[in-house]
Design a protein around this ligand. Structure first.
Ligand code: SF4
Length: 409
């Protein structure tokens, strides 16, 4: 297929595809999906070899958010039966982080629900970062605390944070349909603040909210412009008790096409499969490793993932290898660029909304229908037909951080 040859050539040169080419990837048929994976896999291997970076989510503060992100189980008015707790103490967070690191993770993503941190919250998280770094040599720490005010990114950087996650989630034109309490511009501003403070920026999207192919391409092109080092791709977990609970419209093949498109548009960025991996890719997860070079180990923010041991077995069986703590994640030219602006993440020196939330990074899905206006699904034509609801695959997290039970890392 000429399209794929062109995209591989551009990916190897880090050249931006056209919007039409990105849309054409999403429009390929299921018969062509293996060709699409093979092509994007060449780009992935060129920049990242066969390495898979493992990341571990620690939900520092769960639920009770005043914001109304319709995909999020922690949102205002959410009726999802998730864990709700306030700030973990530094030692508790460090213990949770240690479980993920022992399981093979090299980055810990510290996530807290909420619009954004107060200065006292930044102090609290700074203490947690220092504790984790004292107790775990070489760990990368990413903070994901919501919208940042002036000076907060710098203080997190001084405390030892390597990266900051804040996802764009969806296109600018549909952003107001999924959230009314803050704007797309607020999100862009926070990603820029992280960049400016020398933090490695992590920013991604949520697919499966009823958006069109054009929306997906819009958000991925916006991400390319923002130039984050890592791009988490969340697949909506339609939590019961959230406004998007009925949005089951992803197939494993569509997830693969979306990941391939992200790889072609952001060839040299760490593309991470985030929340919804098990729910939507299901038995096709190993194929997605040919596209993404990064996953979360074990559980997400408010939902359970497959066991960490199963993640490790999948990586090995698919012919990939877990990236070691001493290995540099990003291609050399990116590390040099990061060094120039003071950040070195993607190397081990150094996560959105919230990265696991789809929004908040573990791509959880906040929300209830009560307070949400129009959903993205209502606002835009659905790109894919409705699929069978696999509610059997959605399990609320009941172990790990904030509980007395061991995590599954
Ligand atoms: S995504 Fe973050 S800001 Fe939005 S409702 Fe969920 S916890 Fe709150």
């Amino acid at each position: 297929m000429d399209l794929l040859k062109t995209l591989v050539d551009k990916g190897l040169r880090c050249e931006l595809p056209t919007r039409e080419e990105a849309l054409a990837v999403l429009a390929t048929s299921d018969d062509d999906v293996l060709d699409v994976v093979a092509a994007a896999g060449k780009v992935r291997r060129h920049w990242f070899g066969r390495r898979v970076k493992l990341n571990y989510l620690v939900n520092l503060k769960s639920g009770l958010c005043p914001e109304d992100c319709s995909y999020c189980s922690q949102r205002l008015g959410s009726k999802a039966g998730i864990l709700k707790y306030t700030w973990l103490k530094p030692d508790e967070a460090s213990d949770a982080a240690a479980a993920g690191l022992a399981g093979g993770a090299k980055r810990v993503c510290l996530v807290a629900s909420g619009r954004g941190p107060t200065d006292r919250d930044v102090e609290r998280v700074s203490e947690t970062i220092k504790t984790i770094k004292e107790q775990n040599e070489h760990v990368e720490v990413c903070a994901c605390l919501g919208l940042l005010s002036d000076g907060q990114a710098e203080r997190l950087r001084e405390a030892g944070a390597d990266a900051y996650n804040h996802n764009l989630n969806t296109s600018e034109s549909t952003y107001g349909d999924i959230t009314t309490t803050h704007t797309y511009a607020d999100r862009v501003d926070t990603v820029n603040k992280a960049h400016a403070a020398g933090l490695s920026a992590c920013s991604g999207l949520i697919a499966g909210m009823g958006e069109s192919d054009e929306d997906l391409v819009d958000v991925v092109f916006s991400l390319r412009e923002l130039d984050p080092d890592s791009v988490p791709v969340n697949f909506l977990i339609p939590f019961e008790g959230t406004p998007l609970a009925k949005e089951w419209n992803l197939t494993p093949q569509r997830c693969l096409r979306i990941l391939a498109m992200v790889r072609f548009v952001c060839p040299d960025a760490e593309v991470r499969i985030a929340g919804g991996r098990e729910v939507h890719l299901r038995t096709m997860q190993p194929l997605a490793l040919h596209l993404a070079n990064s996953i979360f180990l074990g559980d997400y923010l408010t939902s359970e993932g497959q066991a960490g041991k199963a993640d490790l077995e999948m990586v090995a069986d698919a012919g990939f290898e877990v990236e070691g703590a001493g290995e540099v994640t990003l291609p050399e030219h990116r590390v040099r660029a990061a060094g120039g602006r003071g950040s070195v993440c993607g190397t081990h020196e150094g996560c959105g909304s919230h990265e696991g939330c789809g929004a908040h990074e573990g791509a959880q899905v906040c929300g209830t229908a009560d307070t949400c206006g129009t959903s993205a699904a209502q606002a835009a034509p659905a790109a894919s037909p409705a699929q069978e609801a696999r509610t059997d695959l959605v399990a609320v997290r009941r172990r790990g951080a904030g509980t007395d039970l061991a995590p599954n890392a």
